[in-house]
Design a protein around this ligand. Structure first.
Ligand SMILES: Nc1ncnc2c1ncn2[C@@H]1O[C@H](COP(=O)(O)OP(=O)(O)OP(=O)(O)O)[C@@H](O)[C@H]1O
Length: 254
């Protein structure tokens, strides 16, 4: 079995003419749930887009399931849920899922659609137009669209935003089940009680990786009483060391 689902070396990404990620190395172990954390604008979505292969102006190496990110053969093996719902509001739930199943060339679409509906607990809504669903229901249709093809890697950009605590808990149980069945999940989140349910945590700040750790290690190394304060301690420390580097460079230049 493959050790890593994703291996990234010296990733550099330019967006809007400025470097957003500048030399990032990281690996995502296969069959694990990996949380991607970081303040707003730290580059989480940019990193995820690079893994899915939809990001322009990328240099370095991004290897996904043994192939270069974005290779056509990966389309059916990688599921991607974007931050904003990316399903068709004028189609029903089932029509959307049948469409995404067809894109992924799923052999038994009817069964795959029924399984995806059940996974995200949208039974009874199959014939409802997505435009008439609640926000949380729409988010779950997007998730179902990402997983209807039975991907080996699921890239989920803040999949639980706007969901109530019961649904968030249930979805994390789904993520754990998918990982237990061999799927790899890369999940961004701002919610620290979700982060502690991950096998590994990647912490980003200003386009750089601040930590590649586990929830237990995060608490042990910072000595913080909970994950939220541990996260803030690491982010603050990374900010201070960046400021130190800036000072040294400036002083050297003087
Ligand atoms: N098309 C673009 N042109 C210019 N800058 C961009 C573009 N897209 C993203 N950026 C910038 O890149 C940086 C990283 O954005 P990204 O969306 O990856 O952050 P994020 O960590 O996912 O943030 P959030 O948690 O708020 O979703 C931000 O400073 C953003 O303003």
């Amino acid at each position: 079995m493959r050790k890593n689902a994703v291996v990234i070396s010296d990733l550099r990404v330019v967006r809007g003419g400025r470097p957003i990620i500048d030399g990032l190395d990281v690996a995502v172990p296969a069959g694990s749930v990996v949380g991607l954390l970081g303040p707003s604008g730290s580059g989480k979505t940019t990193l995820m887009r690079s893994v899915v292969g939809v990001q322009d102006h990328v240099t370095g190496t991004v290897e996904v399931l043994g192939s270069a990110a974005g290779t056509p053969a990966l389309r059916r093996r990688v599921g991607y849920m974007t931050q904003d719902a990316s399903v068709y509001t004028d189609l029903t739930v089932a029509q959307n899922l049948r469409y995404f199943a067809a894109l992924a060339d799923v052999p038994s679409p009817a069964e795959a659609v029924a399984a995806a509906v059940a996974t995200v607990d949208l039974g009874g809504h199959e014939k409802q137009r997505v435009g008439t669903l609640s926000g949380g229901e729409r988010t779950r249709v997007s998730l179902a669209a990402a997983l209807v093809g039975g991907p080996e890697l699921l890239v989920l950009d803040e999949p639980t935003v706007g969901l109530d605590p019961v649904l968030r808990r249930d979805l994390w149980a789904v993520f754990r089940r998918l990982a237990a069945a061999g799927c790899t999940l890369l999940v961004s989140s701002h919610v620290m009680d979700e982060a502690v349910q991950c096998d590994r945590l990647l912490l980003m700040r200003s386009g750089a990786l601040v930590a590649d750790t586990t929830p237990d290690e995060l608490l042990a190394t910072t000595g913080a009483p909970d994950a939220e304060r541990a996260f803030l301690a690491l982010i603050d420390a990374a900010g201070e060391s960046a400021a130190d580097v800036g000072k040294t460079t400036e002083e050297t230049a003087r």
